[in-house]
Write a new protein. Structure first.
Length: 188
């Protein structure tokens, strides 16, 4: 009988603890109701047979309209010198792999380039200027609200034929990237 009484006390205690410790759906959300996921890929369009290598340092979005310091890094995964000319047809380079960000209005997206940008012309490596005459942070206007509980798949299409030019006065190849942006939104 004493064992039965002990068992009743344990079961009763378990029921009380379970009912007082249970969580509602609002408690389990952990406050992440304002999170969106972003994925960014890069592809290229070119008719030229020369290989173009870009030194990718980061991918960023601008979430405020005011100043130039309102860029947020999306933590690019495939950084360093990449053969961009090989990214045509269905080939794409994954730059950002579903990074979670606070939901916000996104004004622009940009690729931050490093110093090691070059072109292979007949097995001769020719440096591409991105700092003086070109652009080391090519951006594209987005003007889209990134809403919570959505996945945004962004594809940046770099038109290499329009992006690379020869500057005769300085005798150098100049890279001024022309980007086109495609955004697919998926609700989850």
């Amino acid at each position: 009988m004493k064992h039965l009484h002990t068992l009743k006390v344990l079961v009763f205690t378990f029921i009380i603890l379970t009912s007082t410790m249970s969580c509602s759906k609002e408690d389990t959300d952990n406050g992440n109701t304002s999170i969106a996921a972003v994925s960014v890929s890069l592809k290229s369009t070119t008719e030229d047979s020369n290989k173009v290598y870009l030194d990718i340092a980061d991918v960023q979005i601008r979430v405020k309209e005011g100043t130039a310091n309102d860029w947020v890094s999306l933590e690019a995964i495939n950084t360093g010198a990449q053969n961009i000319s090989a990214l045509n047809n269905d080939a794409q380079l994954q730059l950002v792999d579903f990074v979670e960000i606070e939901s916000a209005y996104v004004y622009e997206i940009r690729i931050v380039l490093g110093d090691n940008n070059f072109m292979d012309i007949n097995q001769t490596l020719v440096s591409l200027d991105v700092t003086d005459k070109g652009s080391d942070t090519p951006s594209n206007l987005v003007h889209t609200a990134f809403e919570a509980n959505h996945i945004y798949d962004i594809v940046l299409d770099l038109n290499l034929d329009e992006s690379i030019s020869y500057n005769a006065s300085d005798n150098m190849m100049v890279l001024n990237p022309k980007l086109y942006t495609e955004i697919r939104q998926i609700e989850y």
